[in-house]
Design a protein around this ligand. Sequence first.
Ligand code: SF4
Length: 224
Amino acid sequence: MGTLGGNVMLDTRCQWYNQTHFWRQSLGYCLKKDGTLCHVVQNGKRCVAAASNDTVAALTTLSAQLCFETLGSERTLPIEELWHSDGAANKKSDATEILTRIRIPKTAKGHRGAYAKLRDRGSIDFPLLGIAVRLDLDADGLVEDADQVVIALVARPNRVKGVADALRGLRPGTPEFDGALEQVATNARRQCRPMENIPGDADWRREMVKVYTRRAFQEAAQAN
Ligand code: SF4
């Protein structure tokens, strides 16, 4: 309870599943448990409940390694290889092993990171959308590398494509960087498709992808 490993291993969430047994029974259950249909995707063959682990987004931008132990053996895998895209069982791990360590490689000297979280209230909510970003600046303050991972869309975290290519060589705070960031935000909105699996209108959450992408990168750029 309340651990980093616990958050990484958090089950997926869905507003059609995280309900009372009576409520689920009245709908005929669903693919995640006891049923044969999905209430989010009509005629869907696979559960699309949302991975809602805040820390996973940031750990993925940091290329974290997960160490699992079982009686007499240990294995390590990159965090991005943990996932299945089936929300009923979205991790390549079972009850015979336990996550015991998370290793984060040494970050670049000019590393900057930020996490922007959309939620109903500012206390204990699960994310309606979570966006982690990484900016690595070189000795001259120019972007050397960048990454963006989004959580709370579908059953696995989504890495946004094309981020590093769009920002590389630019100096945060300049009009050129701001222009490229606008393009990155637009691309993120295009690549991320929230569903009606968790609360919050899916179209609104999609528009917020653009807003929160911009905010997260700006916060990272201003971090020391
Ligand atoms: S997405 Fe929701 S409704 Fe659909 S199978 Fe998964 S838990 Fe059930």
